[in-house]
Design a protein around this ligand. Structure first.
Ligand code: RB5
Length: 149
């Protein structure tokens, strides 16, 4: 699996923590960090685009985007065709958004959740399989809506 991760200046430290957990617990996952790498202010839409475009094109399998609240990143991510991004602040949603919604991008807010929560959400999100079946009809409906407009 290839995963692309990015954050704005509001979540650089959290990005490093998430990367550390990925390296320790998901060594088989190839992780690419598209920035930002410092505290200088950057615009979250640019970073979300850098993460989501390769995921939507099939050059990567998953994406993780982080900003202060996770809101701006999730809004932008969902504007990229082919992306199903979820802003997650609890463990149950981290699991369900894979199992039921087949989310391909995880969004989290560094000013909302703790590092520990981000680690746990990331782990659950990466290890939960999409269930398909009755959930597939709804996911397909979303994607068809996007494709036809
Ligand atoms: C940046 O200050 C902040 O607006 C951003 O990190 C994010 O919270 C936007 O949704």
């Amino acid at each position: 699996m290839k995963l692309i991760i990015g954050s704005d200046h509001g979540a650089v430290d959290l990005k490093e923590e998430v990367k550390r957990v990925l390296k320790e617990e998901f060594a088989e996952v190839e992780v690419e960090d598209v920035g930002t790498f410092g505290t200088e202010s950057v615009d979250y839409p640019d970073i979300a685009e850098k993460v989501c475009t390769p995921v939507a094109n099939g050059e990567a399998d998953r994406g993780i985007v982080l900003c202060g609240t996770g809101i701006g990143m999730s809004m932008m991510a969902n504007k990229v065709k082919g992306i199903r991004a979820s802003l997650v602040s609890d463990l149950f949603s981290a699991e369900m958004t894979r199992a039921h919604n087949n989310a391909n991008v995880l969004c989290m807010g560094a000013r909302i959740i703790s590092e520990y929560m981000a680690w746990e959400f990331t782990k659950v999100w990466l290890s939960t399989e999409y269930l398909g079946g009755k959930y597939a009809k709804r996911v397909e409906a979303m994607m068809n809506y996007e494709k036809n407009r």
